[in-house]
Design a protein around this ligand. Structure first.
Ligand code: GLU
Length: 432
């Protein structure tokens, strides 16, 4: 079983989508189920409606799953497992107040040392624990040996007991911390491999230690994906528009192109342009580079154009808000100068919109409009052109400029001779 575990705390980032795609692909390759776990236990950070948005995006990208779980539904298991650890003396109640711990943290900072819990509450006499009415957290006892994590991307990474520390698993309000809820849920779901962002690497020994303390001896595999950097070499954040999947979709990038790009970067694919179904054939998680990858907008635009070329005309037409096949074919001509559906729409819509004609061509355009409206249907551009030329007695620039303006609403663009075949059935509507 694999899982994608988004937090409903913000817009879906391309890094999250990359994680979701890789989980999906590996689940298909291994013939295992993929579950979605919405990690909603941090009530203060949850944003209403974000879960729905994330699920809609997964849907759009063809990432199907066998089950949807909300982490908050597992709270009783988290409490039960924490009690189990207390009972087994693998965890202890900690009465240190948040203020006290903050003071200790400050002291460590001033001494330029990494903060570690001093285990003050670990060995409290039983009578001090049982009748104690003060609020308490539950801490798991730190491991007594080095924890070695084998990662498909990072290789072997080891963590000393002090780094793992005796950390909090249940807060004073009896809610589980992220590491505890996550470790327990992965265990309950019988997860075989965890694929997630490398920002979680430092959580991994903690989660491994939690499961070992609960006597779960199945070894979960890991793959921590490197972060995606922006143009200036910094981690892509909310401030970078392109980090938001929603933004990319609004800008007119196709889901299949975004997927293609996110599978391509930091990888060794056999080809540049592909569909997800093909990636399932050759994808190898071990081939993912361990160094960060830089987001390259030009590359994404190039890939998007290639996917737009590959759409059938009717489908492309629908993306642009039309129904007819001809408009899709026409849009493909405009792919010379446009790379997203938004840019294509900006080219195609003016063709059907009322035209703004510069004063110097107004007279010629009016004459020509009249003539086109009354002309018979011509299958060939040559015949159409000859007819209009003859009827209007216009030539050269005085003919071609107003003709292009009337037919396309733009001063420049593809050869009118080339696009006439897609426009000829709509001439009345175009020049109205
Ligand atoms: N909820 C975590 C996040 O969105 C993911 C945790 C995980 O994959 O283990 O970053």
């Amino acid at each position: 079983m694999l899982r994608f575990a988004p937090s409903p705390t913000g817009d879906m980032h391309i890094g999250n989508l990359r994680v979701a795609l890789f989980n999906y692909i590996v689940s298909k390759q291994r013939n295992e189920d993929l579950i979605i776990r919405i990690e909603d236990t941090d009530k203060e950070r949850n944003i209403e409606g974000k879960d729905k948005e994330i699920l809609d995006i997964l849907d759009l990208f063809g990432i199907t799953y066998s089950q949807l779980i909300y982490q908050s539904a597992n709270l009783r298991f988290h409490s039960a497992m924490a009690l189990q650890l207390l009972h087994d003396k693998k965890a202890f109640s900690c009465f240190c107040s948040p203020e006290w711990l903050e003071k200790k943290r400050e002291e460590a900072k001033e001494a330029k040392k990494a903060y570690r819990y001093d285990d003050a509450c670990e060995n409290l006499p039983a009578e001090l624990v049982i009748d104690n009415m003060n609020p308490f957290t539950i801490r798991i006892k730190k491991p007594d040996a080095t924890i070695i994590i084998k990662d498909h991307i990072k290789g072997e990474v080891s963590f000393e007991p002090a780094e793992v520390d005796s950390f909090i698993i249940m807060r004073q309000d009896k809610t589980p911390t992220y590491n505890f809820a996550c470790a327990v849920d992965d265990m309950l779901a019988d997860i075989s491999i965890i694929i997630r962002g490398e920002d979680h690497m430092s959580n991994t020994p903690k989660q491994d230690h939690i499961r070992a303390s609960l006597n779960y001896d199945k070894k979960i595999e890991y793959a921590h994906l490197p972060i995606i950097l922006n143009d200036s070499g910094k981690k892509m954040s909310k401030r970078d528009d392109a980090s938001s999947v929603k933004w990319l979709l609004e800008e007119g990038f196709l889901p299949e192109a975004i997927s293609n790009y996110l599978i391509l970067i930091g990888n060794k694919p056999p080809k540049e342009i592909f569909q997800m179904s093909e990636a399932i054939e050759w994808f190898n998680i071990n081939n993912i580079s361990k160094s960060p990858v830089r987001f390259d907008m030009d590359m994404l635009r190039h890939i998007n154009r290639e996917h737009l070329k590959g759409l059938d005309n009717k489908e492309l037409s629908r993306y642009l808000g039309f129904a007819d096949e001809e408009i899709g074919a026409l849009a493909k001509v405009y792919l010379e100068e446009a790379q997203t559906t938004k840019e294509l729409r900006e080219k195609i819509q003016p063709i059907f919109a009322p035209k703004i004609i510069p004063v110097e061509f107004e007279e010629q355009a009016n004459l020509m409009r009249n003539c086109i409206q009354n002309a018979p249907y011509f299958d060939s551009y040559e015949e159409f052109k000859n007819h209009i030329m003859q009827e209007t007695a216009l030539k050269g620039k005085n003919f071609f400029k107003p003709l292009r303006l009337l037919l396309t609403g733009a001063e420049h663009g593809p050869d009118v001779a080339e696009i006439y075949q897609y426009l000829k059935n709509y001439l009345g509507e175009i020049v109205k």
